[in-house]
Design a protein around this ligand. Sequence first.
Ligand code: GDP
Length: 324
Amino acid sequence: MSNIPPSHFSSLKVAMLAGGIGGAKLVLGFDRIMAPGHLTAIVNTGDDFTHFGLKICPDIDSVAYALAGLANKTYGWGLEGETWKVSDALEVFGAPTWFQLGDRDLATHLERTRLLRHGKKLSEVVDDFSERWGIASRILPMSNDEAPTLIETKAGVALPFQDYLVREKAQPVISRILLHGGYEPEVLPEALMAIEEADLVVIAPSNPWVSIDPILALPGVREALAEKYVTAVSPIIQGKAIKGPAAKMFAELGVQPSSLAVMRHYADILNMFVYDSSEKAYAAAEIPLRVLPVQMPTIMTDEADKVGLAQSILGQFADQIGAL
Ligand code: GDP
């Protein structure tokens, strides 16, 4: 694989599709090596919800806090050095505190909600916050429209996503995932443009079912991707998710969880697929014709891992395209 110095990537444009935890890690890696403004992260809003009257966008905030250098280093969500005074006081009232809202994090939700009530669009609020936080890459919500993911359980209940993930701790067995919750959201035009202008599209190692599929299901996205060189990084390593219910979802939806299953999930839009070097290499017969599977270390613990993975992906892309 080419060991190309970062300066060689300066003219390249990358668009990423991302959720929160795995998404934020790899978006950060690319942000640190791309020229300012050359990376656009298109982020899932299917997890967004309203709590205490506040608009909360968990995936956008995870990505933005990471790029701003504000993210909590332990959890993968929330802010570093957070305090919990409001949450403690709410507890005294017996108010619902299952979704943890730190004091400083609350300021983000309060101000976002205020701006939205004044008629700003979500993408404008995200741009505004990004500028204030000194973020050089562009973060875009996948849509400005409502697009809530609902989880239908075997018990026949349709749970809003955060109720399933956080309040119910992803315990209920899934029977179906309802993307966009009955709404018909439009993809953000800037997101479509970012895909069209990109040299490379990277699908982050995010949950395929609830972080990436909501983006792919927006009208026009798959058609735009069909024209592009698309790579994805597996969030499943050795049959397990690093964090969260991705592997459990595969199993409950009738698919053995594995990186190979992730590759097959995306096969019709992929050119290259990155899976972890610790896994056994795929047999030739397992690989769809158009997809190049590539093994790399994909566990991102610190910033060096994140940057290293982004560099390896760009190096591999350069080898394939032969034009850098
Ligand atoms: P969420 O929206 O906050 O649930 O976050 P994502 O969908 O972006 O991320 C969840 C996925 O990220 C899980 O399936 C994890 O396995 C994956 N993930 C988290 N950290 C890593 C990592 O360091 N490497 C890889 N390959 N996947 C990761």
